[in-house]
Design a protein around this ligand. Structure first.
Ligand SMILES: NC(=O)c1ccc[n+]([C@@H]2O[C@H](COP(=O)([O-])OP(=O)(O)OC[C@H]3O[C@@H](n4cnc5c(N)ncnc54)[C@H](OP(=O)(O)O)[C@@H]3O)[C@@H](O)[C@H]2O)c1
Length: 264
């Protein structure tokens, strides 16, 4: 598969599902820093993707905690990443008023706060290394097909994914002249352990996609597209919505540059 080459990648939520798919589908020449909360599963993924000459490290971190994110960012900077995959995600199915407040809060912290924090603090080093090595940096934000509409009973989750989508689209436009590619990857239901609570398990939905395939599609789309909807059926449904978005973010980017004068 034709994909951009990266020297060192940080994958959040690498202990299973689509995150493990990224670890497995990145070329063997890419060193990996894998993070999640479950140390045992992280080690199992690390063992699976180990290759002679490849550096694979794991770091346990809970992305809802400021101190853990600080530690992770420090480790990623020391590792010298040029690819950041914001894949970890949390969300709870149910009425907002019935869901535990801490589950709703975790969705915002993992899907929004952590994505912004990691991207904002790691990008400067990634861009610097890309310029020095005359390569490109990459950022993938794993959003969802749930990003395109309000989704009752997944209200907070879908809203966080809408944030992820718009954040990635706007960032791609801001980095237009930089050696960097940004992708919002929007999977539909995928066969993973994603824990949305007792009432709904997306991985059990008939026809759910293979997580490795979703990751591979995302890696292939990075550098070619800004938004990639995984799966033909999802693409057919969302194509008319996705296509004009790129034109809109370019046009708004141009208008905002005019507003800001030469400083942007
Ligand atoms: N499965 C689907 O149908 C589907 C559809 C659209 C989008 N997505 C998105 O795809 C991404 C990956 O999810 P998945 O489906 O592959 O499910 P998954 O296998 O459950 O992966 C979620 C990952 O996020 C990590 N994570 C969750 N909370 C965390 C926290 N507080 N701190 C650190 N890591 C945390 C988990 O690691 P630990 O448990 O080790 O902490 C796990 O590795 C998510 O962003 C999800 O929203 C999934």
């Amino acid at each position: 598969m034709d994909m951009r080459s990266y020297a060192r990648a940080l994958i959040t939520g690498a202990s299973g599902g689509i995150g493990r798919g990224f670890a497995e589908r990145l070329p063997g020449a890419t060193d990996l820093l894998l993070t999640g909360r479950n140390a045992e599963r992280l080690e199992a993924v690390a063992a699976r993707v180990a290759k002679p000459g490849r550096l694979v490290k794991t770091i346990e971190a809970d992305l809802t905690r400021d101190a853990d994110r600080d530690r992770l960012i420090e480790a990623a900077e020391a590792f010298g990443i040029d690819l950041l995959i914001n894949n970890a995600g949390a969300g709870r199915f149910g009425r907002l008023l019935d869901n535990p407040p801490e589950a709703e809060r975790a969705a915002v912290l993992v899907n929004v706060v952590s994505v912004v924090d990691l991207t904002r603090r790691l990008l400067p080093g990634m861009l610097q290394r890309a310029r020095t090595a005359r390569r490109r940096a990459g950022v993938i934000v794993v959003a969802s097909t749930a990003a395109f509409t309000p989704v009752p009973f997944l209200a907070t989750y879908a809203a966080t994914k809408a944030f992820d989508l718009q954040f990635a689209e706007a960032l791609a436009e801001e980095l237009h002249d930089e050696p960097a590619d940004v992708l919002a990857l929007c999977p539909g239901v995928t066969r993973t352990r994603f824990d949305a609570g007792p009432m709904f398990t997306p991985g059990n939905v008939p026809g759910a996609a293979d997580p490795g395939d979703v990751a591979a599609q995302g890696l292939a789309a990075l550098g070619r597209q800004t938004v990639y909807v995984a799966g033909l059926l999802n693409q057919a449904t969302l194509g008319p919505v996705v296509l004009p978005r790129r034109l809109i973010s370019s046009a708004v980017g141009m208008a905002m540059r005019l507003v800001a004068g030469r400083s942007c």
